[in-house]
Design a protein around this ligand. Sequence first.
Ligand code: HEC
Length: 128
Amino acid sequence: MSRARLLDRGGCAVAAVLLAGATLALAGGRSKGNPQAGRKLYNDKCIVCHKPDGSGGVKLTGNPTPDWRDSARMADPTHDDAALRDCILNGRPASGMPVWPKQGLKRGQVEDLIAYIRTFSAPPKPKK
Ligand code: HEC
């Protein structure tokens, strides 16, 4: 193999590793979204099924929408940000939860929505 081709392949491998890293950062872990931006999107697109206060309880077919005010539920690892992200990105067709990227939501908007959803179960601010 010529030297030029070897170099070429090396560059490709580096690009692939960088790309995999970026994808992983998006796919896993806690959302670094902006809850204020998420709030606007949420009120526009999500409250019909999830209620303005995140209390849910709306059943179309399959499972009802969950209660996001339940901090014990939301602290469970099965409902971590990766799980919320998976549901928003892939939907739950059997329960009527749409596949949001197909409705035009961008990845950054999904992160903002996750950050906003988390505010429903955040501990109340201490009273002054
Ligand atoms: C047409 C009704 C409907 C709309 C609109 C809707 N959802 Fe859902 N969503 C559901 C249902 C039903 C479930 C429960 C799915 C299940 O458990 O099978 C769900 C589940 C979820 C979950 C998983 C929650 C958890 O704690 O397990 C997330 C996250 C979510 N929705 C986010 C959103 C966001 C963000 C929007 C707005 C962009 C939205 N949904 C709009 C019906 C809807």
